[in-house]
Design a protein around this ligand. Structure first.
Ligand code: NAD
Length: 290
């Protein structure tokens, strides 16, 4: 049994921390929200008081925070007070440059750190079935895997520091692009008088097939579990997709990568979001295209 400081007990972190408790670890819960800490304590965690106190006695720290600046601020405190040899796992989705900078700072201070962003939403966080994309050294990955295994079912070593974040935003940029393309095709099929189920039956077995079509179809009917069947309740909210696309475009600019389709996807999701659809599933963009 290890002592693990868990910082950031929001929609995702709350469930993840409880899966570490179920895995037999002592979890020190830390969040700016007293309610979030109380909920974790009710589930078997211990109140960790604050970042400095919690990491001073922990073998590992897991962070699940909103964005890069929160991760940078929290780790500045972590490195001040952490026990020697403590492992750092940042599971937040943040920009690649910040992930690499914080990881370099960890190495300078003598700590092993991995970036381990997740795929899967709150249901997977609660169920312990997340996918983790991990960036870090081989030794860091081996140590991190033992902790992540309690919270996920697929854990992949993507490469060195920042590679987990890179994999996550490249994947989500591709998802946005295939979703918009799939929405366009269904909207055009309708205008051409083609029945949606018939088009699905053909295209899902032809070269237009993709995950966006066969696992998350943006029209009601063909795929029973897709959010289209429940008025585009998420699922994966438009605000989250837009956040990931903004991170992808920032990374593309800093790596000098050509991403014209990614840029167009960002512009379309920005427009859909400004129309007030932030909380709708990202597949709801079909209604904007229509
Ligand atoms: P959230 O806003 O629900 O939770 C973040 C928590 O961090 C909050 O409870 C907040 O109080 C806490 N926090 C912020 N600053 C803090 C600080 N300095 N010290 C301690 N606690 C602090 O967000 P979420 O939905 O849980 O998402 C967390 C991360 O996971 C984000 O990076 C998000 O992009 C990523 N993610 C979310 C989903 C999803 O479906 N929600 C899916 C995949 C990835």
């Amino acid at each position: 049994m290890a002592t693990i400081a868990f910082i950031g007990l929001g929609n995702m972190g709350g469930g993840m921390a409880l899966n570490l408790v179920k895995g037999g670890h002592k979890v020190l819960a830390v969040d700016l929200s007293a309610d979030a800490v109380a909920k974790a304590v009710a589930g078997g965690a211990v109140d960790g008081a604050n970042v400095l106190d919690a990491v001073s006695v922990a073998d590992a720290v897991v962070t699940m925070l909103p964005a890069g600046q929160h991760v940078r601020n929290v780790y500045e405190q972590v490195f001040e007070a952490a026990k020697a040899g403590m492992l750092c796992l940042d599971c937040s989705t943040i920009d690649v440059d910040t992930a690499r900078a914080v990881s370099a700072l960890a190495a300078e201070k003598g700590f092993e750190m991995v970036d381990a962003p997740v795929s899967g939403g709150t249901a997977a966080a609660d169920a312990g079935t997340l996918t983790f994309m991990v960036g870090g050294t081989g030794e860091g990955f081996a140590r991190a895997e033992a902790v992540l295994a309690h919270m996920g079912k697929t854990i992949v070593h993507a490469g060195g520091a920042g590679a987990g974040q890179a994999a996550k935003i490249c994947n989500n940029m591709l998802l946005a692009i295939t979703m918009i393309g799939t929405c366009e095709a269904f909207a055009m099929a309708e205008k051409l008088g083609l029945d949606a189920q018939t088009f699905y039956d053909i295209s899902s077995k032809a070269s237009g097939q993709s995950w966006s079509m066969t696992s998350y179809c943006p029209v009601p009917g063909p795929v029973a579990t897709s959010p289209a069947n429940r008025d585009y309740e998420p699922g994966f909210a438009t605000a989250m997709m837009l956040k990931d696309l903004k991170l992808a475009m920032g990374a593309a600019a800093s790596a000098d990568a050509a991403t014209p389709m990614g840029a167009l996807a960002e512009a379309l999701y920005q427009a859909y979001s400004l129309q007030g659809h932030n909380l709708k599933d990202f597949s709801g963009i079909i209604n904007f295209l229509k």
